[in-house]
Design a binder for this molecule. Sequence first.
Ligand code: NDP
Ligand code: 8X3
Length: 254
Amino acid sequence: MNSIALITGASSGIGRATAKLLAANNYDVIITGRRSELLEELEENIIKTTSAEVYSLAFDIRDKNAVENSINSLPIEWQNISILINNAGLSAGFEPINEGALDDWDRMIDTNIKGLLTITRIISNNMIKRKTGHIINISSIAGKEAYANGGVYCGTKHAVEAISKSMRLDFLQHNIKVGSISPGMVETEFSIVRFHGDENKAEEVYKGFTPLYAEDIAETILFMISRPAHVNIDDILIMPTAQGLTRNVIREDI
Ligand code: NDP
Ligand code: 8X3
């Protein structure tokens, strides 16, 4: 078998593009997410287009038992995961704190912070036993700066930044690499989820400029995980050329 990479949130966007690119580059991939029909479709696509092995695991990353049972259910030949891409995440809602929906806050905190921690805890213990591994956390420009109406999302991504730094120190002694990628705006299902399914509002976000595409982030991940053993890329901030800060975007008149 090739090196095994587990990608969370592979049913869509950045995770899906990463699974496809890694499989095309001779990594065997474990793809995870809640929507099993999308995972099945991706699994078929990878089998048709690459020679990589692929294994799908459908679970809600907020459910600690489901995460643990799913990882423990992996057949023996899939258990030695070398690369963990912590990508599953979301933003829900776009309001000031006094108007935010408590359920949205739970979804973001439970997925972006607690889900990432739960799966990392399980998988890193196997990496520690083998004294090798690489963990990439998908943060955001929202982990580097804050903006109005995004307080809780920005809070979760600031947490991811801090957790990545601590993980890097925790795992130094175990020869496990840890890196973080912070993208600016990437056109995926992200904004549809943020605006609770309102596709018109989501489209507005990417109007008049060229955003990043999921494949841009996948290529960055591939670069990070394919460096020689002595090189760890700790942190990458990657932005669309037309985007400076979160709310500084040069848009053409449309
Ligand atoms: P998408 O909405 O396209 O993909 C999100 C993925 O996360 C889906 O595969 C979804 O799968 C999975 N996911 C969400 N909630 C859960 C859950 N409870 N359990 C398991 N899986 C879950 O968005 P992106 O690809 O853009 O987002 C990927 C990551 O990139 C996120 O962490 C996001 O914060 C980050 N990011 C995105 C940016 C952007 O502009 N798009 C910019 C910076 C960072 P399913 O629904 O099947 O469970
Ligand atoms: C997603 C990018 O600017 O919408 O993390 O927060 S932004």
